[in-house]
Ligand binder design. Structure first.
Ligand code: CIZ
Length: 304
């Protein structure tokens, strides 16, 4: 008999007692995705949180995602099982730097990727996700400059798709940037029939090799709707769990063995249990910042 406590049984019991719901991002550990009530992308999860009856939301993802849920559900308690699960990309922009840039371009419209802290969203005109960044930028009158923060790779992708020049930030996702064009070429040599689908946070030379460049939800949809049997996946490797579950007859290869986000993987079943037991760690956003950040999110939702 195993001495390992059955975390799943304890979590499910406590979840009911506490009237909690567990939300997990596609990049989470497999066992965390399996225990979750919903698995999705950051915006989808925050919207799901706003729809549930649960009093407590256990958010298994990184900090900006839990903040987005707290912004959209001010009447719920949002808990993160590990408060150290930050996002290096989101931390590559500060309010001071962005205010300086806004002064430099007083006519500019600020479009901020959802991977950003709440105080940055609060001083932005629009929020965007990787699935709607192109549409959001296209909706802005062509004579208005656009400051796009914080992801330079997504920004360059939007530039290529819209034919517009943007004022780009210097941020990037270290996990997506570890995928190299040579990784994709090597895999393609071994699996010539494989379709390549990558996230727009990847570098430009990786994006050039892809058959499809889409968000996490877009990757899931593309794989489901495409006849091919083999896929090379250019995003955080946690998503392979969901892809394999949904498509047991298809083969999935991670573009690189280095696409493991250490922050996403900080959340474990044990920490989820502690979170439910002690109601830790609460994520809150000051009401004035939440109201302004919500404005940027709502303007995005009205557009798409
Ligand atoms: O917004 C998200 O969940 C992220 C980080 C990526 C995506 O493409 O969905």
């Amino acid at each position: 008999m195993s001495a390992q406590p059955d975390f799943a049984v304890q979590i499910n019991r406590l979840k009911k007692e506490r009237q909690a719901v567990i939300l997990a991002h596609y990049y989470q550990r497999s066992e965390v995705q399996d225990i979750a009530d919903y698995v999705g992308d950051s915006l989808g999860l925050a919207q799901q949180a706003a729809r549930t009856e649960a009093r407590i939301i256990i958010f298994c993802g990184v900090h900006f995602m839990a903040e987005t849920a707290a912004i959209l559900c001010p009447d719920r308690q949002v808990l993160m099982p590990d408060p150290h699960a930050g996002c290096p990309l989101a931390n590559m922009v500060t309010v001071r730097e962005l205010e300086k840039k806004k002064k430099q371009y007083p006519d500019a419209v600020v479009v901020t990727y959802v991977n950003s802290p709440a105080d940055i969203k609060a001083i932005s005109d629009y929020c965007c996700t990787s699935s709607n960044a192109v549409k959001v930028v296209q909706s802005i009158p062509p004579d208005r400059p656009v400051i796009f923060v914080p992801d330079k790779s997504l920004g360059r992708y939007v530039e290529r798709e819209t034919g517009r020049q943007l004022i780009l930030w210097h941020g990037y996702c270290p996990t997506h940037h570890r995928i190299l064009a040579s990784d994709i070429k090597e895999k393609k040599k071994k699996y010539p029939n494989a379709r390549v689908t990558v996230h727009p946070e990847c570098t430009e030379d990786v994006i050039k090799l892809a058959d499809k460049v889409v968000s996490t939800s877009g990757i899931i949809k593309y794989v489901r709707e495409t006849d091919a049997r083999e896929f090379i996946i250019g995003t955080e490797m946690g998503i392979l769990h969901r892809l394999k579950k949904d498509n047991p007859d298809k083969l999935f290869l991670s573009a690189s063995r280095l696409t493991d986000c250490p922050n996403m993987k900080l959340i474990t079943l044990e920490k989820i249990l502690w979170s439910l037991e002690d109601l830790i760690y609460e994520i809150t956003v000051p009401p004035d910042i939440a109201a302004r950040a919500q404005g940027a999110i709502k303007r995005m939702l009205q557009l798409v």
